[in-house]
Ligand binder design. Structure first.
Ligand SMILES: NC(=O)c1ccc[n+]([C@@H]2O[C@H](COP(=O)([O-])OP(=O)(O)OC[C@H]3O[C@@H](n4cnc5c(N)ncnc54)[C@H](O)[C@@H]3O)[C@@H](O)[C@H]2O)c1
Length: 261
């Protein structure tokens, strides 16, 4: 089968994490040029190994999406190497939880800085260069099932992901006249480094054994298991390419049936 993304340059934030890494691999498999972004100055081992296999189509850029100058440098470095970015997998995020009456401002700031401010201004910077270059393309913002309904222990994170769904809708309407589509993906529970952290936080908050929460959320999924990062890759390729040409302003649940819409 023909590669679906051969004409594209994709920028992936949080590319050193579980889902970002799986999507970077999938985009490379579909022929895209990729700029993989994460916090470190040098790529994590798995990205470094991918760069050895794809030296002409993959570059790594260290950036913090919370910092405006870092976003500007990231987009400039991406464009300088592979030309206009035509696909953004806007994925970097952090998780935290606390009982509502203890959910503090430091946690709020960190979650909203990365998950909302970082996501919005990364999207805006990429859209500015798409519009300036007259390029059509696709933005994919990573939300969460947590953005669909609140959770007693997870108020800040749930609210941040609800904001992602809302920004996706506004940006889709603003960019439709430019031929740029903006969609979201809403994962359910996915077995990544983030979930190791989530499991530890729930264990402390709910007095559970390590691994107990993870097992319970997996069993509760209608399809009977937690997702793996590669489960998100199919939707990420679909929303990036021409197969989804008439889809914009949507946030697609990729969650084994947890949320129905
Ligand atoms: N794992 C799940 O169950 C799950 C469920 C729903 C939604 N999500 C969402 O999917 C996305 C990916 O999650 P994951 O499970 O792969 O997480 P992860 O923790 O494995 O990866 C996240 C990556 O983002 C990077 N990052 C964090 N802050 C950053 C910043 N300021 N600038 C640049 N990079 C930064 C981290 O270094 C990390 O590599 C996130 O948006 C997350 O909220 C995950």
């Amino acid at each position: 089968m023909a590669e679906q993304l051969a004409s594209h340059h994709a920028l992936i934030t949080g590319a050193g994490g579980g889902i970002g890494l799986a999507v970077t691999k999938a985009y490379l498999d579909e022929g895209a040029h990729c700029t993989a972004v994460d916090l470190g100055a040098t790529p994590p081992a798995e990205l470094a190994a991918l760069m050895v296999r794809h030296p002409d189509r993959l570059q790594y850029v260290g950036a913090d999406v919370v910092q405006a100058d870092s976003i500007a440098a990231m987009v400039a470095a991406a464009r300088a190497r592979f030309g206009t970015i035509t696909v953004l997998f806007n994925n970097a995020a952090v998780f935290d939880l606390a009982p509502l009456l203890e959910a503090d401002e430091a946690s709020y700031r960190r979650i909203f800085d990365v998950n909302v401010k970082g996501l919005f201004f990364t999207m805006q910077a990429v859209l500015k260069q798409m519009v300036a270059d007259g390029a059509k393309g696709s933005i994919i913002n990573i939300a969460s099932q947590a953005g669909r309904r609140g959770e007693a222990l997870v108020a800040h994170y749930c609210a941040s992901k609800a904001a992602v769904i809302s920004y996706t809708q506004s940006a889709a309407l603003a960019m439709a006249p430019h031929g740029i589509r903006v969609n979201g993906i809403s994962p359910g529970v996915v077995d990544t480094p983030m979930w190791a952290h989530v499991d530890a936080l729930f264990a402390r908050a709910e007095g559970l054994q390590p691994g107990e929460k993870k097992k319970a959320v997996g069993l509760a999924v209608p399809l009977g298991r937690m997702g793996v990062a590669a489960d998100i890759a199919g939707a990420a390729v679909f929303l990036a390419g021409d197969a989804s040409a008439y889809i914009t302003a949507q946030t697609l649940n990729v969650d084994g049936g947890n949320v129905m819409s």
